[in-house]
Design a protein around this ligand. Structure first.
Ligand SMILES: Nc1ncnc2c1ncn2[C@@H]1O[C@H](COP(=O)(O)OP(=O)(O)O)[C@@H](O)[C@H]1O
Ligand SMILES: N[C@@H](CCC(=O)OP(=O)(O)O)C(=O)O
Length: 256
């Protein structure tokens, strides 16, 4: 089982904008359990900008400078928490699906995960800064690597009929077979929470990209410690499951 797991800023940080250490421990314990089950895990981790903001030198810095400042901290937190498994850092741009880059990325991810190393990926904010990048970046990595599943851990336990932060009557959608243009406009702009950046629309866009390649996406909250058991058993109690399309488009453009 190859999984790409994206962990949003809102999962790593608490409401005061500091790293939630208990949650970091719970996330890393879950990742280690998957590794012990011989599963291959690639993490796409957000939080560099938010961590950069916690530092005294951050005043007047641009978003990309904040990301560079916070990135070393972000890696240090995950690196420590994942021990004894070693981790490896990658900063990737939006061009990962270009042929030469995709081949190299796949073999790098294969080498690392075969050796029991956890790749830690973030968008390269020094050269590209797009809001909500990491949801879509995670989907691109999942496509290139041929992952079986994309998991998006956010602060919300799935896609709701409306923003659950502002509409208490919003209902969670447990399964979605097909993300369409209609969904993208229906849920747009999908206001992010106080710490996130892409909101629900970037998660839908990521799920749509994954679906195109026959990869299912699980969107749930990284705040539930039980998430890791759900991933191991395949029973997702509080989540939206974006089903993998039965018919899908291969990297060479053929449909089967
Ligand atoms: N229809 C919706 N369903 C679920 N969440 C929504 C919806 N519309 C807006 N949101 C908001 O999107 C937020 C998650 O996006 P974001 O803050 O970017 O998280 P992350 O940091 O995990 O990327 C949720 O906190 C929620 O308030
Ligand atoms: N690369 C940025 C995160 C960009 C992003 O997509 O953030 P989020 O919406 O919290 O997943 C950072 O590390 O702060």
């Amino acid at each position: 089982m190859r999984r790409v797991i994206k962990i949003g800023t809102s999962t790593l940080m608490d409401v005061q904008g500091q790293v939630d250490r208990d949650r970091l421990v719970s996330i890393s314990r879950g990742v280690k359990q998957l590794m012990q089950d011989n599963q291959r895990v690639v993490l796409v981790v957000s939080g560099a900008v938010a961590l950069g903001r916690t530092l005294p030198q951050s005043r007047h810095l641009s978003r990309s400078a904040l990301a560079s400042l916070g990135q070393t901290r972000l890696m240090a937190y995950y690196q420590d928490a994942l021990l004894p498994y070693p981790s490896a850092e990658m900063l990737l741009g939006s061009d990962v699906e270009e042929t030469g880059r995709a081949t190299q990325l796949t073999s790098t991810l294969d080498d690392l995960t075969e050796a029991g190393i956890v790749p830690l990926i973030n968008g390269n904010d020094a050269t590209e800064c797009h809001v909500g990048d990491n949801d879509v970046l995670a989907a691109r990595v999942a496509r290139v690597w041929g992952a079986d599943q994309l998991v998006i851990l956010s602060d919300v336990d799935g896609l709701y009929s409306d923003n659950p932060g502002t509409n208490p009557k919003a209902r969670r959608i447990a399964r979605l077979a097909w993300v369409t243009e209609h969904h993208l406009s229906q849920f747009g702009p999908g206001n992010p929470g106080p710490l996130g950046s892409g909101g629900i629309v970037s998660k839908l866009a990521a799920a749509a990209l994954a679906q195109e390649f026959g990869i299912e996406t699980i969107l749930t909250s990284g705040r539930h410690p039980e998430v890791w058991d759900w991933l191991r058993t395949g029973r997702y109690h509080l989540a939206t499951r974006f089903e993998a399309r039965k018919e899908f488009c291969h990297a060479d453009g053929t449909i089967s």
